[in-house]
Design a protein around this ligand. Structure first.
Ligand SMILES: [Zn+2]
Length: 276
């Protein structure tokens, strides 16, 4: 699934390769998929996208906002899989959930894994959509300061019991983070995924804050994770420290063997020496 670094990479590449393109034909998927969320019929989508121009794409959390000017906004969110630009004359994938053919002959396809939203709104209305409306501050915004982060933890801890993994991966408390990048953040912060947030001292909070910033910056600068592909179908350059490939290998810091545990609806990879 795409997380913030992949969404930021896709937005940047769309602005390099698609901005200003005029849509000749827009289609929803040729492959029915129960967990793709559409808000338009095939006919509406084709009508409303025809002759629209691609504006400046923007990333926020796990959502990609692509203006179709004049008047519309394509919203892609909570998705994974492949979002690709294809040169004129190339062969479309057999299965796709979204297809935009441009006047210059190039085309974009999106084929998601698992689930994902592919919705078209009148510009402005996308801000009212569930999960977009009221989205909390994302960690790449200037407002995501150490003070903001401390206050977020304090408020959440008052409301209910949570672990640091829950803080990083559930309910979009920190929008854009997900189970993949959370592994490296917790390793760098030296925190066990089950560590309760109400038990974090100031030093641990600041280590966690720094680990979020460091890990995100590294993943963004490297064009996303290497287990996802970018708009040009190339894998990203960020190699995770903690994933299935690390299991059983010695921790680079302390030499203990990396372990896998199941916790909160997914695998966690951790060093039992560093993350007690
Ligand atoms: Zn270790």
């Amino acid at each position: 699934m795409f997380e913030l670094p992949e969404i930021i990479t896709l937005a940047r590449q769309m602005n390099q390769s698609m901005r200003g393109n005029v849509i000749r034909e827009g289609r929803l998927g040729n492959s029915p998929h129960k967990f793709v969320w559409y808000n338009r019929t095939h006919a509406e989508f084709a009508d409303l996208t025809r002759e629209k121009t691609i504006g400046e794409a923007r990333a926020k959390g796990k959502w990609l906002f692509v203006p179709l000017d004049p008047g519309y906004m394509l919203l892609l969110g909570e998705c994974g899989g492949k979002l690709l630009i294809h040169p004129a004359g190339s062969k479309p994938p057999d299965k796709y959930h979204l297809f935009l053919l441009f006047e210059n002959g190039s085309f974009m396809t999106h084929t998601t894994q698992m689930w994902g939203a592919m919705e078209l709104f009148e510009q402005g209305q996308e801000q009212e959509r569930q999960y977009v409306k009221g989205m909390r501050t994302t960690p790449v915004e200037l407002e995501f300061t150490p003070d903001y982060f401390s206050a977020l933890i304090e408020n959440l801890a008052k409301a209910e019991k949570r672990s640091v993994k829950s803080l990083l991966t559930q309910d979009q408390l920190i929008p854009g983070l997900g189970n993949a990048i959370a592994q490296d953040i917790l390793y760098r912060a030296r925190l066990h995924p089950r560590h309760p947030i109400d038990d974090l001292d100031l030093d641990q909070k600041m280590k966690l804050y720094d680990a979020i910033q460091f890990t995100l910056r590294a993943a963004i600068e490297n064009g996303g994770r290497n287990d996802e592909v970018d708009l040009y179908n190339n894998p990203g350059g960020y190699v995770r420290l903690m994933d299935q490939h690390a299991v059983g290998k010695p921790c680079p810091e302390c030499g203990e063997k990396i372990e896998k545990i199941q916790y909160l609806g997914g695998a966690c990879y951790l060093c039992p020496g560093c993350q007690k």
